[in-house]
Design a protein around this ligand. Structure first.
Ligand SMILES: [Zn+2]
Length: 206
């Protein structure tokens, strides 16, 4: 059951924009706290929204690999939830993580501009930590092991090594969901409506 609850759920803000992925565990907790609604993704009822109560009813009518059984009942894992009170915009919501820095920089060393396998990459603090550099989107870049070693604890001006692109927080990039193998495994067909939005469909759904 643990694996099923680790499945990824697409989180939409109140404007139905994709802002994040969360685990099914987290999605259920938001749903049962009343902070989120589950979005129906079957073609005949696409985009219907449900609170915990009506989602539970839906779950009883459904069978499939996306069902979680508990002692007393069963729940369908939603592929999408919408958080109506969530009015943040997507770009603020990409979590800072090692993987996401690699994704932002397209697995390309920001010093020698070569694309590498993930195991040959490191994170580099542009302004070194011991000189006050922070671990933020603006100060951390993807670097190959060789460049990372060469730059060591020097400032860009001291090492004469400058990132090829100014590091910034990334916008939500739909490709995150398809370029990352661990995510793409759980890439749900219904996400396409939001990740590659077709305006006509979105309008019809509201
Ligand atoms: Zn390099």
């Amino acid at each position: 059951m643990a694996d099923v609850l680790d499945r990824q759920v697409l989180v939409l803000n109140r404007l139905w924009q994709p802002v994040n992925l969360c685990t099914a565990r987290r999605a259920f907790s938001l749903l049962f706290l009343g902070h989120a609604q589950a979005v129906h993704t079957d073609p005949d009822r696409l985009f219907e929204t449900h609170d915990a109560h009506s989602w539970l009813r839906i779950s009883h009518q459904h069978d499939g690999p996306d069902i979680v059984h508990t002692v007393s009942t069963r729940f369908r894992i939603p592929a999408i939830i919408v958080v109506p009170r969530f009015d943040r915009l997507p770009r603020q919501e990409v979590k800072f993580s090692r993987q996401n820095v690699f994704e932002r920089d397209n697995f390309t060393c920001q010093y020698c501009a070569v694309r590498f396998e993930i195991r040959q990459l490191n994170l580099d603090h542009v302004i070194p930590r011991h000189k006050g550099g922070k671990t933020t989107w603006e100060n951390v870049v993807c670097s190959c092991v060789r460049c990372n070693t060469r730059k060591a604890n020097k400032l860009p001006s001291e090492a004469n090594m400058h990132p090829i692109r100014e590091p910034k927080p990334p916008r939500w990039r739909p490709l995150l969901a398809t370029s990352n193998p661990t995510v793409s495994q759980s890439y749900h067909e219904s996400w396409r409506h939001f990740i590659e939005p077709n305006p006509a469909q979105v309008v019809l759904s509201r």
